[in-house]
Design a protein. Sequence first.
Length: 505
Amino acid sequence: MPKRTIGLLASWIATSVLLLVHSLRFNFITDDAYISFVYARNLSENGELVFNLGDRVEGVTNFLWTVALATAHFVGFNIETASLVLAFTFAALTIRSCMTMFEDFSCQLAIALILASSASFACWTSGGLETMMFAYVVVLSFLRFHNHGNDRWVVALCLIATLVRPEGSLLFLCLWGASVLDALTSVKGPSLRALKSLLLYLVLFSILIACRKLYFGEWLPNTFFVKAGQSTELYSRQLSDQGAFYLNQWCEKSFLYYLAPFFALGIVSQVKRSGLAALLLVVAYCFYSIRVGGDFMGLHRFMMPATILIFVYSVFGMKALLSLVKWHPATVVIAPLIFGVSQYSISAEAAKQKSADSGIDAPGYLKEYADDRAAVGKAMEGCFEPEHFSIFGGVGAQPFFSRAQGVDVFGLVSKEVAHKLKPTRPRPGHNKWAPPQFLMDHYDPDFVFHCYRIHRAPIKGRLCGEEGVWNRAGYVRDSVAVSGLSHGNTQYTFLRKKSVEMKCR
């Protein structure tokens, strides 16, 4: 085996180990991941891609990830463990693919070090979500485009990306748009190749949309309707302000303001290959993020594809700058080392923080929230009859472990809430909130878990602001003892219909 190949393999393995150690600082599964776990388990055990058996609502936007987890569960693997193993595998493969974008070893090592030491990349190597699967397919698409242009393999990869996340369509449009713009500025002009790739993607995409319509009865996922609907001018302005705040946090915590000059130089140096496509995708992500208010999860999971592209093309920019000033190419590794040391403190702070920053939940808080709901769900396993129906706040870990049927007050897995209510809360994923009377009229729930208290001492005051409405409708407090809660808490108090009893009593 050539020494160059041995060096490349050794550096990839070393940085993958570094990433693994870095990601273990977070070592969590977010509550939203458990929504996909419920869908995956129902697909594996009952052959239905649903949250509640018999109720076809597309409450996830990561079809291929959910199918992968369902397959793992079907052959006997634990879904939680499978999600973490798969995420790390795709993260390591993403590092390998990014290294392949470069020809010289110093740049390969530089990008590997940047990714492995990035707080954002390490955080969402954990988390249990599809983030790294999508990132890997995006990088593969750019790698193919970088080396071969917009051919049928790029179309196929973009289609796979669309099956992982809806933004796969945005990926294709940026790659296709870059190829068309490049052709327009060339001597030959546009060719039939661009038109063929567009038609091929549209045909395949139409088939996917038709399958969604046939199975779920909707052209778009339910999560689209959670964010959509008529809103006030004040709401739209608040949502855009939240999106701008989210982008600023992304730039600050990933040091993108410092990398911007290198990114710009990298785009220029690679404009005839894939630089323009990278610029288009980063800009598209920024505008879309402002439009939808960003994301509520800290360390910027939603922006991961843009983050990786900025890192990659910043290394291209560093290489171009070193070539201009005639410095030794190996000095490109200095910046990643400084970046890595600085990112360590970002990771340490984010993993410990148990609060939200202007609506953006820190990873430490996401972990604590999910762990508490998992403990509650395990304590309530076996408590429900098949006909029992519940209303949840977080509709992830608690229903996953308790196996309770129900929907969430935000409408992620509820067509009624998603389609019939207007958005009133400028927080991504939490834009709608179903009032008590609406929930009683449409679901007549047996248990109300979004009005609750996790506690140790006796409760003073109400469980939530809406408790009085539920009390007047015949709902009373009930409690279960729960072990493993944070802050020494031991009780979970919620509301149930007075005429209903849990099986575990």
